[in-house]
Design a protein around this ligand. Structure first.
Ligand code: ATP
Ligand code: MG
Length: 550
């Protein structure tokens, strides 16, 4: 599924390859490591890869890059599949890099046989010392010239579990003086013993490195264009070296693009894992998290996430995107489709003194002011109602479009009321406003009287209590961690729970995930869980206007 494919430099390369006859079809892949939940940065890669697969009528595989069992889990595999599907995409093949472990091993043996790989006994620290620096060539490992026979024997014994973690690696024999550090005899295999792998169980004591696994997996799957983020640019010569030096026909083209950075949040899985593990958030799907699961729970639509990815485009220039862009995407999606409802977030009681006690009047409220086809819902008017405390002032000048003592406003979809009297408790706090309504004003404005504005309301007896969660940015600075520990930039007030909110009756029986515009407040979504005291919970998705500027 792709809504508004905009061209970009990658699509131009693909167009060129199709026109020149280099390829007659396009195959891409999205290759997440199952070591955490997907985030909005991954969405950029998903929309790019699957969007290309769809638009060119080619194919896109979902491939789990599962070469590090220490950090990976089957539960993450499932969450990633669910997130890709939720975003609206379908993979051609579901693969795991571990599906290819036997083939990858055979290619390693081939490299040993051709004298292009060797078993090295240097430990990690020694490898670093031997590698040299950006300005100094490295030194050859003392094990670099082992015979093919010795290498084959040692590699087999590495596989058999004879050596401890870190005791040996298999390294490519490339160029210890290369200006590209990745080409200075990079590791191809390392020993990871005694780990249970979520796909292959206990079958392996050695695991191939990403830089060896990735080009081979791409080639096995017939990927034409292997799209990755810019930090892999310096790995491209190694990607090409691997494919040039093993017996495989396919040679995908690696193309790099800039990763997405979003203000006021973090996107590294390590940091997101830390937020979850240390309980700074309620889980991977906490509505403040930049994860797909968090955005979904918050109330973002798949379309809004895809639209956002189209809006930001694909380039090779690193940049940080403003949160306002993501919010603009969901706002513009929901404006046309979210049913309108009334919810009073900070209730103040209004008694309509000339309204008959015990009367419940059913009124109609259109679900959308500009779309009659969305129909209407029933509103219940009673003598006692709630309005928002923000919508009343004892005194105010003419610019105040809400209720003022002695002034008149319209209750949305109902009558006009005038505030006659303020009732206070012993401490002087306002507890109630006594008003009178004008029964002649349903759908018509009174002649010769000034109505200041329209406010929302909910019947005190027919409305229902709910918890409303309002969110602020998760971090207080645009680039968390720039000056030290990212956790010290956490916003302590990122979640505000309003426990006294009252919502209209039509909001009682709504499903988790249903989205509404609460009139004059913003867009809200019913959460999947209820509050501890059994009330429905509504998450604020986004306000009605951009509140991030400045
Ligand atoms: P992290 O560094 O947070 O662990 P990662 O890049 O290692 O992230 P992977 O699961 O390996 O995460 O990523 C899968 C794919 O998503 C890769 O092709 C990667 O380039 C891409 N990707 C990850 N983060 C971003 C991002 N912020 N913007 C665009 N693409 C991304
Ligand atoms: Mg990775």
């Amino acid at each position: 599924m792709s809504d508004a494919p905009t061209s970009n430099f990658i699509r131009q390369i693909i167009d060129g390859d199709l026109n020149s006859g280099k390829h007659n079809t396009v195959v891409t892949r999205f290759p997440p490591e199952p070591n955490g939940f997907l985030h909005i940065g991954h969405a950029k890669s998903i929309v790019l890869n699957f969007g290309i697969g769809d638009d060119y009528k080619g194919a896109t595989n979902l491939r789990f890059d599962d070469t590090n069992p220490a950090k990976e889990e089957a539960a993450f595999v499932e969450s990633i599949k669910a997130d890709v599907e939720w975003l609206g995409f379908a993979w051609k093949e579901l693969r795991f890099a571990s599906d290819y472990f036997e083939q990858i091993y055979d290619f390693a043996v081939e490299l040993i046989n051709t004298g292009k790989a060797y078993v090295c006994d240097l430990n990690a620290e020694e490898v670093r010392e031997y590698r040299g620096t950006l300005t100094e060539a490295g030194k050859p490992s003392p094990y670099r010239d082992r015979s093919v026979e010795e290498n084959l024997d040692l590699f087999q014994r590495m596989r058999d579990g004879e050596f401890d973690d870190g005791a040996k690696t298999l390294r490519a024999k490339i160029d210890m003086a290369s200006p590209n550090m990745n080409m200075r005899d990079p590791a191809l295999y390392r020993i990871r013993k005694g780990l249970h792998h979520h796909q292959v169980g206990d079958a392996w004591s050695i695991y191939p490195m990403y830089d060896f696994t990735h080009p081979i997996s791409d080639a096995i799957e017939g990927i034409t264009h292997s799209l990755c983020t810019l930090e892999f640019e310096a790995h491209r010569p190694l990607y090409d070296w691997v494919l040039d030096n093993i017996s495989i026909d396919c040679h995908p083209q690696q193309i790099e693009f800039a990763r997405l950075n979003l203000e006021y949040t973090v996107m590294s899985k390590r940091k997101l894992t830390q937020l979850v593990d240390e309980k700074h958030v309620s889980g991977w799907d906490d509505p403040r998290m930049p994860t797909i699961a968090g955005l979904r729970r918050r109330g973002y639509t798949p379309k809004s996430v895809r639209d956002f990815c189209h809006m930001i485009g694909v380039t090779r220039a690193d940049s940080t995107v403003e949160m306002g862009m993501l919010e603009a995407a969901i706002r513009s999606d929901l404006e046309a489709v979210a049913p309108r409802r009334m919810a009073v977030l900070n209730p103040l009681k209004v008694v309509i003194t000339n309204y008959p006690e015990g009367q419940i009047e059913t009124l109609q409220g259109p679900n959308h002011p500009k779309d009659e086809s969305m129909g209407s819902r029933e509103l219940k008017l009673t003598r006692e109602i709630f309005i928002d405390a923000e919508d009343f002032r004892e005194e105010a000048n003419k610019k105040y479009k809400r209720l003022v003592l002695g002034g008149e406003v319209r209750l949305r979809n109902a009558y006009t009321i005038r505030a006659d009297e303020i009732v206070r408790d012993a401490s002087g706090e306002i507890t109630e406003i006594h008003c009178t309504y004008d029964p002649e004003t349903l759908g018509v404005n009174p002649e010769g009287r000034k109505i200041r504005g329209v406010i929302h309301w909910v019947s005190a007896s027919e409305g229902v209590r709910a918890d409303v969660h309002q969110y602020d940015r998760l971090f207080t600075v645009p680039n968390p961690g720039a000056k030290g520990d990212f956790l010290s930039d956490l916003n302590p007030n990122s979640l505000k729970v309003l426990k006294d909110a009252v919502v209209e009756p039509a909001l009682v029986a709504v499903e988790a995930g249903e989205r509404f515009q609460f009139e004059r407040e913003g867009y809200f979504c019913r959460d999947s869980e209820s509050s501890s005291d059994g009330k429905p919970v509504f998450n604020q998705i986004v306000g009605l206007r951009d509140s991030w500027g400045g």
